[in-house]
Design a binder for this molecule. Structure first.
Ligand code: PMP
Length: 444
């Protein structure tokens, strides 16, 4: 297939692209024009297999008619209505439906839903809820938040403060935060399948930060149960349990950032279900609407919600919200998305495919440059040795090569990350692995 861009390129200079080397991209653009099922089609008519569910979000694949129709119907019925001191039924209906599959199941009580417009907004919302909750229960000195090195929690000021990817934070001011050590340990865990066996003791770093700052200053700890953007870093067995136990000991709110893991990525509705560890707040976005209409949601425990409801009835309990919180069109897309997930069993499908996926990915072990392979549910990472003096360059070349051969992967540093739509077929898993194998064999 010839993927060299030919004719149909728009003028590229005005769109300032996010998280992109604009000049490099604009010199050799990759432009997608349409999508259906597991495939994109680029502006020159070439098909590209989606190995990343868009940006970890199109869990039910592309072009889902049910979502299109729901959006069209909603737009022509109620295009917008406020949710500040007003409401509309569909926002409440969607929250009820989300509550029915809420993280951890009914006993976890994580069934109060605050809507946002994105993952970053979900993170900032959760951090603010945590701080407001601490204040509501008489812990007003707690305003520091703890994240992890290499954590990614979006790009709001809260999110970059608890986030631990240095490039995202170095030029911006931040709120008081600190960071636990990350859990990637290639010396002990390279090529382990599923959860790493070693490293549970890294959770003790939370205890160190409590001793350093004082529990009375710490409101919340936020972790991605499986960290995605840093290159699929999996928690060692027992790690999240230990974080929960230390947080309980010191009255710290636990937030799981499930923007990637929410809605079936690991083979359970949420990573909270997969790990059986119950946080107090869960952030989501992406798969919430199958990536179609921007939307996020924070699941809060009844305990947190009720504590904030304890004041006078006519007082606004949380001075926070977005014009688009509970946008009716996004809610319609979300309800249709949940129906598809249920009808097609997609919230558990990653579990059914995960051993096939694991075997396929680990068949790349031994190929040139590969220093680690990681997998869980329908997520995978192939970590490459950096090319001398040019971190990330080799993985970037592999990403471009794969695209030119009709496969979309994600590159982050020296890591190729994979998260295909949950409708992926077994032969397509085979294609993903063989295109990557070819690209690796060509990589300098
Ligand atoms: N949290 C996590 C764990 C994410 O992976 C992301 C996005 N990849 C975000 C937050 C931010 O989401 P958004 O880009 O929708 O703001």
């Amino acid at each position: 297939m010839d993927h060299t861009p030919k004719s149909n390129s728009p003028v590229l200079e005005n769109f300032w692209m996010p998280f992109t080397a604009n000049r490099q991209f604009k010199a050799a653009p990759r432009l997608l024009a349409s999508a259906d099922g597991m495939y994109y089609t680029d502006v020159d008519g070439n098909k590209v297999l989606d190995g990343t569910a868009g940006l970890w979000c199109c869990n039910a694949g592309h072009g889902r008619k049910k979502i299109t129709q729901a959006v069209e119907r909603q737009l022509s019925t109620l295009d917008f209505a406020p949710t500040f001191q007003m409401g509309h039924p569909i926002a409440f209906d969607f929250a009820t439906k989300l509550a029915a599959i809420s993280p951890g199941g009914p006993s976890a009580g994580l069934d109060r839903v605050f809507y946002t417009g994105s993952g970053s907004e979900s993170v900032d919302t959760a951090l603010k809820i945590a701080i407001a909750y601490q204040r509501a229960i008489g812990q007003g000195t707690r305003s520091r938040v703890i994240g992890r090195e290499k954590g990614y929690h979006g790009v709001g000021f809260g999110g970059i403060s608890v986030g631990g990817l240095v490039n995202n934070r170095r030029v911006f001011p931040q709120i008081p935060a600190d960071h636990m050590r990350h859990t990637l340990d290639l010396d002990r865990n390279a090529f382990s399948k599923g959860l790493p066996a070693y490293g549970v003791e890294l959770a003790e770093d939370l205890e160190r930060l409590v001793q350093l700052h004082g529990a009375e200053t710490i409101a919340a700890v936020i972790v991605e149960p499986m960290s995605g953007s840093a290159g699929v870093i999996l928690p060692p067995k027992g790690y999240l349990e230990r974080i929960r136990a230390i947080a309980d000991k010191y009255g710290i709110v636990v937030i799981f950032d499930e923007v990637i893991t929410g809605f079936g990525r690991l083979g359970t509705p949420f990573a909270t279900d997969y790990f059986g560890v119950i946080p107090d707040l869960v952030t989501t976005a992406k798969g919430l609407t199958n990536g179609t209409i921007p939307m996020g949601a924070v699941f809060a425990s009844r305990k947190v919600y009720d504590s904030l409801m304890a004041g006078p009835e006519n007082a606004i309990e949380l001075f926070h919200g977005y014009t688009y919180s509970g946008h009716p069109v996004a809610c319609a897309a979300g309800i249709a998305t949940l129906e598809i997930y249920k009808e097609e069993g997609l919230l558990t499908r990653a579990g059914e495919l995960s051993s096939e996926w694991e075997t396929a990915l680990h068949s790349l072990k031994g190929l040139p440059h590969v220093v680690d392979i990681r997998n869980l549910g329908l997520v995978g990472a192939i970590e490459l040795a950096p090319r001398n003096g040019a971190p990330g360059a080799r993985a970037y070349d592999v990403f471009v090569d794969c695209f030119n051969k009709g496969l979309l992967v994600r590159v982050t540093g020296d890591i190729i990350a994979l998260s295909p739509p949950l409708i992926v077929e077994k032969e397509q898993i085979g294609t993903i692995v063989s295109v990557i194998a070819d690209a690796l064999s060509r990589a300098a």
